[in-house]
Design a protein around this ligand. Structure first.
Ligand SMILES: CC(C)(COP(=O)(O)OP(=O)(O)OC[C@H]1O[C@@H](n2cnc3c(N)ncnc32)[C@H](O)[C@@H]1OP(=O)(O)O)[C@@H](O)C(=O)NCCC(=O)NCCS
Length: 328
């Protein structure tokens, strides 16, 4: 029997309408458009309205991805939703998405791996499909990060935005689809990005809320160094595993955290800027959503062609990191 690989059959993305510009932030925190632009590359980010929630954007992105894969929701047998900003603690956002899609034949669960969540999903769906355990998997990255951002902390509030991206994976012929994927973690760096409130350790009470324990806290410049190192190393590793070199890459979609991180990784890998995707100016850091949104924007813009080699790399709170290389 011919071997199969797992490949992406369709992609989609969705954003809230609301926009928060650097000029808006200048009015609420001690920052400037000049600082944000030069230190991060961000000009604006999307911000969900108070009555909007994560699964709404995930469902819109998923419907698009399923339609482009020319499938029906009932064909999906696995839903992996990467998010650190779920609709609610229980049930998983993946289950809420499963119900809204009417994906009645799917197992569903969330992945909590922060900004690496989408690549965690790809790396898990890949062997499931190759082994015949799953035929069509829906992998989603969806976040409403602005809900967990402290708008008095200028070190974090300028960075994060909201959105969702999705991809449908299914069997493709050998030599195409995901050629190599790897995911990693090192929990010793947990202090670099965390939100303690609301869990069984940090607890939740009027006091924890008043203290802002539920907001993200971050050691930005320490994370910066880990990000550059881990994304560079994992990119080299997956390319090596696939028997490819950076010269073979047609498109590099790194996690969108900071333009300076993207530039440093691209520089270390020695890939030309023309093949590096960046949408950070428009959307900031959307965590697990950033890579699938980037991929879908590239598909829509006609930047992805049959046979192209696409490299993706991410890092995030945990810390976690991951890489994947695929042939379109
Ligand atoms: C957060 C980040 C943009 C900060 O940039 P940086 O160049 O490292 O800046 P530093 O944290 O060293 O701060 C430099 C100065 O700018 C100030 N500063 C920080 N945020 C600022 C803001 N929004 N506006 C103006 N000044 C700011 C700091 O207070 C500090 O001032 P000081 O020198 O008087 O103490 C950067 O470290 C980063 O992107 N890190 C990675 C974060 C990340 O990706 N997190 C998500 C994980 S997926």
């Amino acid at each position: 029997m011919a071997k199969t690989n797992a490949g992406i059959l369709g992609t989609g993305h969705s954003y809230p309408e609301g926009i928060l510009t650097n000029a808006d932030l200048e009015k609420i925190v001690d920052t400037s458009d000049e600082w944000i632009t030069t230190r991060t590359g961000i000009k604006q980010r999307r911000k969900a309205a108070p009555n909007e929630y994560t699964s709404q954007f995930a469902v819109r992105a998923s419907c698009e991805a399923i339609e482009r894969a020319e499938l029906k929701a009932a064909d999906i047998d696995l839903i992996l939703c990467a998010t650190v900003t779920p609709d609610q603690i229980l049930p998983s956002t993946a289950c809420l998405i499963q119900a809204q899609l009417g994906a009645n034949n799917a197992a569903a669960m969330d992945i909590v791996a922060a900004c690496s969540g989408f690549l965690y999903g790809l790396a898990l769906a890949d062997p499931m499909i190759r082994a015949g355990q799953s035929k069509y998997a829906l992998v989603i990255g969806a976040e409403i990060l602005t809900r967990y951002v402290d708008y008095t902390d200028r070190g974090t509030c300028v960075l994060f935005g909201d959105g969702a991206g999705a991809a449908v994976l299914g069997p493709v012929e050998e030599g195409r689809g995901i050629l190599a994927a790897k995911i990693c973690s090192d929990g010793r760096y947990e202090e670099q990005l965390y939100a303690r409130g609301g869990g069984t350790k940090g607890g939740f009470s009027a006091e924890t809320i008043a203290r802002g324990d539920h907001f993200f806290k971050m050691k930005g410049n320490e994370l910066f160094k880990v990000a550059v190192r881990s994304m560079t190393d994992i990119s080299r590793e997956v390319l090596d595993q696939a028997g490819l070199k950076t010269e073979d890459v047609s498109l590099f979609i790194p996690h969108q955290a900071n333009q300076r991180i993207t530039d440093a990784v691209a520089n270390k890998l020695d890939v030309d800027n023309s093949i590096v995707y960046s949408n950070i100016a428009m959307h900031g850091n959307t965590s697990s959503a950033s890579i699938p949104i980037g991929l879908d924007e590239c598909v829509e813009a006609g930047r992805v062609h049959d046979g192209d080699v696409i490299l993706m790399a991410s890092f995030g709170g945990g810390v976690t990191w991951g890489g994947a290389v695929m042939r379109w």
